[in-house]
Ligand binder design. Structure first.
Ligand code: MEV
Length: 439
């Protein structure tokens, strides 16, 4: 029977495992299985990335070559567990490399932090003091911002904004430039450092004090990083789309593709799946480079719902002179220094593979990977469906599970080229094949 474990985090790894085995009903070989996936020489490094680490969770580190983004060539690292995502990205990358490549625009790289407070006075009173307050707050964070300023970053703007619905709630909004780092720690440190001077300032000014006490509620960055927007786009003559059109003409394919994207703009249920297909590519790059995929996802989905309805993040256009264009705009706050980006050996390798890009360049790469996956997914959906591609990989996994030999694998691939793949069908096929080929 389970019971509350006290002081768990203070125990050694061995003690943790021992305590867990005594407290919960766990597999008998719990400890051995965990040990099996520990790193022989660098485990201490991985242990320190989190708390209560018992082992490592492996995910495939794959690559999609042939990405041409803003006229530069990349082999894009992708960490993703879903079969076919890397294949889909690679196929789209190779196609678009021969059709102009991905073109991107960075609309900004500002990040936002908020100090929320409760105060009963009017905004007009605070506005009178805003310049003095800004100077005090900037001075207070100078020891933290000094280094960032040398790298071209720092605090870019400070303003006070009332929360519309509740007039006694305000935010001190601070905009930051964080150069090539994602900057979460830097932003949060600055905000926390500003709390006391903000409070002291309100208490020291008679015109503010007369409206009562200021109560600081919290200080935290905003993951709604709309200051870090990136657009990635591809375009080509409709006639060039033939390799993806299957049995359709290029024109029919382009029209159907556009309708599919339009549906995702109009219907939230479809939009969520459509955007999930975009994040298949974007998240894979975000994870491979040691960035925060939860932050990127949260911002992306909020952006998708910015006009009150959740919509597709990408848009498709076909011009009168038959140019097909697919474009994607989303917020992507990424870093190429700091955090896990250079600490995790494979994140470091991923960043080096990309040629040590700036944070802006990484935004372009991650957005292009998202667009590549979106293009491949929708292209499959409006032609053959996605299961054909998925099932090929599924078949390969099932054959591996059944320990199929190379000869059996080749025969199975041929046999299932026009049949439905299932675990049972593969087992049956192998049984017959093995019986027939018994020597
Ligand atoms: C599967 O991981 C992603 C797709 O469902 C995306 C989409 O439907 O556009 C294929």
């Amino acid at each position: 029977m389970s019971s509350l474990i006290k002081g768990f985090s203070k125990l050694s790894r061995e003690e943790k495992i021992e305590t867990l085995t005594q407290t919960y009903s766990l597999p008998e070989d719990f400890s051995e299985r965990l040990a099996h996936y520990r790193h022989p020489s660098q485990q201490e490094l991985f242990d320190d990335f989190s708390e209560n680490t018992l082992s490592n969770f492996y995910l495939p580190f794959g690559v999609a070559p042939n990405f041409k983004i803003d006229d530069r060539w990349y082999v894009v690292p992708m960490v993703v567990e879903e079969s076919s995502v890397v294949a889909a990205a690679s196929r789209a990358a190779a196609f678009w490399a021969q059709n102009g490549g991905f073109k991107t625009t960075i609309h900004g790289t500002l990040k936002k932090g908020q100090i929320w407070f409760k105060w009963n006075g009017p905004i007009t009173q605070i506005q009178k003091h805003i310049d003095t307050l800004k100077a005090i707050l900037l001075k207070a964070v100078k020891p933290i911002t000094e280094n960032m300023e040398k790298r071209g970053g720092g605090v870019e703007a400070i303003s006070i904004i009332p929360l519309e619905q509740k007039t006694s709630l305000y935010q001190l909004e601070v905009l930051f430039e964080t150069a090539d780092s994602m900057g979460a720690n830097f932003i949060n440190s600055c905000l926390e450092e500003m709390k006391n001077p903000l409070q002291d300032f309100f208490q020291s000014q008679e015109t503010l004090k007369q409206h009562g006490h200021i109560d600081i509620i919290m200080a935290i960055l905003s993951n709604y990083t709309t200051g870090c927007l990136v657009t990635a786009a591809v375009e080509c003559p409709v006639s060039a789309l033939k390799p993806f059109a299957a049995d359709l003409s290029s024109e029919q394919f382009a029209e159907k593709f556009k309708l599919a994207v339009d549906i995702a703009r109009l219907d939230p249920s479809r939009a969520v799946t459509h955007n999930k297909g975009i994040f298949n590519g974007t998240d894979a790059v975000v994870i491979a480079t040691g960035n925060d995929f939860r932050a990127v996802e949260a911002a992306g989905h909020a952006w998708a719902a910015k006009d009150g309805q959740y919509r597709s993040l990408s848009q498709c256009h076909i011009t009168d002179d038959k140019i097909f264009r697919l474009e994607l705009t989303l917020p992507l706050a990424l870093g190429t220094v700091g955090g896990l980006t250079r600490l995790h050996p494979l994140a470091k390798l991923a960043i080096e593979m990309l040629g040590n890009p700036s944070a802006r360049e990484l935004m372009s790469i991650a957005a292009s990977a998202g667009l590549a996956n979106n293009f491949s997914a929708v292209a499959s959906l409006v032609t053959t469906g996605i299961q054909k591609g998925h099932m090929k990989l599924h078949l390969s996994n099932l054959l591996k599970t059944e320990n199929a030999s190379p000869e059996e694998t080749a025969a199975a691939e041929q046999y299932f080229s026009n049949k439905t793949v299932s675990a049972k069908a593969v087992k049956d096929f192998l049984m017959h094949f093995r019986q027939q080929n018994k020597s």
